[in-house]
Design a protein around this ligand. Structure first.
Ligand SMILES: Nc1ncnc2c1ncn2[C@@H]1O[C@H](COP(=O)(O)OP(=O)(O)OP(=O)(O)O)[C@@H](O)[C@H]1O
Ligand SMILES: [Mg+2]
Length: 358
């Protein structure tokens, strides 16, 4: 999937901008506050109908306007062209795919898969497990049609079971526990299998970018040492009733990165932690490409921040080899490094919310 045209109205300080991006790498540079992140935010809105920076959409809409609009024309891997459009006010969101209105954000996400690397992405290895579960689920969602349904059934069963536990209503508990065990086990299997497919691709990026060989991904099911999810649900029953919620399950699933058998995040430097996160996010996109899925468009904000020139060059080389569409930002053009090996790229200058092709 590559965007060939993008029209933006009233996204932060961008009043109106039209760009015709390259299907390969697009570089965006400009001073602080010029609107680079706003442009990536507009693309992200078009693929996810939400911002990557805030949940308050009002702050994304230009201060003098009541609604924002982002539309685009994209070409899919099979050569089909399609148009996408999104209008948002602080109360309403209207999505169009090929001029057909839809309410489903998931449809948009399938149509324009996006991977983003921005300064907060580095929390992936630092913050709570929720962000890592979302990371895994994004990869599975884009590679398996059946996952979303299973995931929704699991969420529903968990919510019902927790409701019953809280109210101490026991007559329906068995039914919802069984439902939870069925779909929770499936969600766990999806995630565990996905992580094992991701592992060799991730190792290859760690080797290329960080020069590390002895790295592995370790899956942690959300039920400790219990033999199965049904066993954990049975063992936890009195605890679940006492506290009024379900202790074990995929809502607790997680993974760790081990370096020579120890937790990598306790050992590596801050810059290396970022490079591990970049390797994970690139691996996820590469896996999708390897499996013949709809190749995602990559958004990389503040490319140069905290990374030295040698590592930036390595990342750029990986991106060129991956052959997917990329939008990356930096303050100065030189921050992108040497572009000699990058074919068909486009360079854009962003200044006071205006975007010009250089
Ligand atoms: N709702 C809004 N309406 C108008 N302008 C806004 C709105 N929200 C933010 N801005 C302004 O938009 C400008 C662009 O912000 P943006 O975050 O895109 O800058 P940037 O080019 O990424 O800068 P940096 O290099 O510092 O990351 C900022 O000056 C910001 O104050
Ligand atoms: Mg920015």
């Amino acid at each position: 999937m590559a965007l060939l045209r993008l029209d933006i109205y009233a996204v932060r300080n961008i009043h109106k901008a039209t760009i015709k991006p390259s299907p390969t790498i697009n570089f965006l540079y400009g001073e602080n506050g010029s609107g680079k992140s706003a442009l990536l935010e507009a693309i992200f809105l078009l693929g996810r109908a939400r911002s990557f920076r805030t949940s308050a959409i009002k702050s994304v809409i230009n201060i003098n306007e009541k609604q924002l609009t982002v539309s685009g024309v994209a070409v899919q891997g099979n050569g089909n062209m399609l148009s996408l459009g999104l209008q948002m006010t602080d109360k309403e969101c209207i999505i169009h795919i090929n001029h057909n209105a839809t309410q489903k954000r998931s449809e948009l996400a399938y149509t324009l898969p996006l991977q983003i690397i921005h300064p907060k992405s580095y929390e992936l290895l630092d913050a709570s497990g929720q962000i890592r579960r979302e990371f895994l689920d994004w990869g599975i969602f884009n590679s398996s049609d059946s996952f979303l349904l299973v995931w929704r059934r699991f969420k529903k069963a968990l919510a019902y079971r927790n409701f019953l536990l809280k109210k101490n209503e026991l007559n329906q508990l068995g039914v919802w526990s069984n439902e939870l065990i069925t779909y929770g086990s499936q969600v766990n299997n999806f995630r565990e299998q996905y992580l094992s497919k991701l592992q060799p691709v991730f190792m290859s990026f760690c080797q290329k970018i960080l020069g590390l060989d002895s790295i592995e991904l370790n899956w942690l099911s959300g039920w400790g040492n219990s033999a199965s999810y049904s066993q954990a649900i049975a063992d936890d029953l009195s605890k679940d009733l006492r506290y009024g919620f379900t202790h074990s399950g995929p809502q607790r699933g997680d993974f760790q990165i081990l370096l020579d058998g120890s937790l990598a995040k306790n050992y590596v430097s801050r810059g290396q932690l970022k490079l591990l996160v970049v390797s994970l996010l690139l691996a996820q996109v590469q896996l999708l490409i390897n499996e013949g899925g709809n190749p995602p468009c990559m958004l990389i904000d503040d490319f140069a921040a905290e990374l030295d020139r040698r590592h930036r060059e390595k990342i750029l080389k990986c991106l060129v080899d991956m052959n997917c569409q990329v939008f990356m930002t930096a303050i100065e053009m030189v921050d992108f490094g040497s572009l000699d090996s990058v074919e068909n790229y486009k360079m854009f200058h962003v200044e006071h919310g205006n975007v010009t092709s250089v």
